[in-house]
Design a protein around this ligand. Structure first.
Ligand SMILES: C[S@@+](CC[C@H](N)C(=O)[O-])C[C@H]1O[C@@H](n2cnc3c(N)ncnc32)[C@H](O)[C@@H]1O
Length: 342
């Protein structure tokens, strides 16, 4: 599919230059490779350590073969370039960090239409690697650590987490607003893309993010599935404003809606949605309030809940009470998918 990006990666290793005028999709591929190769350098160093190999020596081809046939098959075209001692692997990783930086700079200069193509290509490549990571987990194989590898994409969405640093919270509020928390409390791209993959959504279904933070979930789902109706509610207004600006820049705002809303207030009635997504948003009281509304809907329609983090425990309790089936746990059990049926 992308033999030219493979060539670009190879030529980058030799000449440390990215060709100008890359198509946005090629730039997206290159972004993917630059991040995956960085994680792979760390991975090889760790695997060598686990196997008791000498850090100062190049590993032999047989050692590398097992990885390039499996976990690192995506980058087997540079397997010879990764046959390095640890010092050289770290140097290569630094080069790819620089490449990632340059790619993002270049992508930021592109038109909104090109940015969109860049993002879609990168996200599709990331989906495949996260599925591969999921498979490796099932097979009990170690895998390059990717959890925060692709956070640089936020700069294309222009999500500026610094706005959280000086935020003031109403001291009377009982809500859990993650004052000053930034990127650490946004769902990782692995969670978002695996959720989208495993949900296997039907055409035009509605998805609601309850406590949407900076809106990564809505933005990514809408980019990859323009048929979905995405609704995101968030208490903190500056986060909502940035999500809205990103959606508008990418021309997805028609079906990717962000609303500033305190979901704990009693005059707010939660609209029906086929899927609700919750990543640790609420105080206990608010969970009870929201769950009671979702349970009402589930009496007459199928509702799917995706939880991340501790939100799982609330729905597990509910599932047991109502004899709903066990959730599907994915992403190292970070994500759970509950199907609530009548
Ligand atoms: C852990 S973050 C998750 C953000 C996003 N859903 C994600 O997965 O990337 C939880 C978010 O819930 C928001 N939140 C907490 N209480 C809320 C409430 N009562 N109404 C709306 N949002 C709320 C917080 O401000 C925070 O941004």
């Amino acid at each position: 599919m992308c033999s030219s990006s493979k060539q670009t990666v190879k030529s980058y290793i030799n000449q440390l230059k990215i060709p100008s005028n890359l198509l946005p999709s090629e730039l997206g591929n290159l972004y993917f490779y630059s991040c995956f190769i960085q994680a792979s350098c760390d991975f090889l160093i760790e695997e060598k350590w686990l196997m008791g190999l000498d850090a100062k020596k190049k590993p032999d081809q047989d050692f590398l073969k097992q990885y390039f046939n499996n976990q690192l098959s995506t980058i087997d075209f540079i397997k010879d370039d990764l046959c390095l001692d640890n010092k050289a692997l770290l140097k290569l990783k630094k080069q790819f960090e620089k490449l990632e930086f340059e790619i993002l700079l270049e992508a930021k200069e592109r038109t909104p239409v090109e940015k969109k193509k860049f993002l879609i290509q990168a996200l599709n490549r990331m989906t495949n690697i996260f599925i591969q990571e999921e498979q490796a987990r099932e097979d009990n194989l170690n895998f390059p650590r990717l959890y925060r590898s692709f956070d640089g994409l936020d700069s294309i969405f222009e999500l500026d987490y610094n706005l959280d640093v000086e935020m003031l919270v109403d001291e009377e509020s009982k809500e859990r607003l993650y004052q000053g928390s930034g990127v650490g409390v946004q769902s990782g791209y692995s969670s978002i893309l695996l959720a989208l993959h495993f949900l296997d959504l039907k055409y035009g279904q509605s998805v609601t993010d309850l406590g949407s933070g900076y809106g990564r979930l809505g933005l990514v789902f809408s980019l990859l599935r323009s048929d979905l109706l995405m609704n995101s509610y968030e208490y903190v207004d500056h986060r909502v404003q940035l999500s809205k600006e990103a959606a508008s820049m990418l021309e997805i705002s028609k079906k990717c809606i962000f609303t500033t809303q305190d979901l704990s207030v009693e005059d707010f009635k939660l609209p029906f949605s086929d899927i609700y997504y919750l990543y640790d948003p609420f105080s206990e009281e608010t969970y009870q309030y929201i769950i009671s509304q979702i349970s009402e809907y589930a009496k007459s329609r199928k509702v799917t809940i995706v939880t991340k983090g501790n939100a799982r425990k609330w729905f597990l309790k509910l599932a047991k009470e109502k004899s709903w089936k066990e959730p599907l746990d994915i992403d190292a059990s970070n994500l759970s998918i509950f199907e609530l049926t009548t």
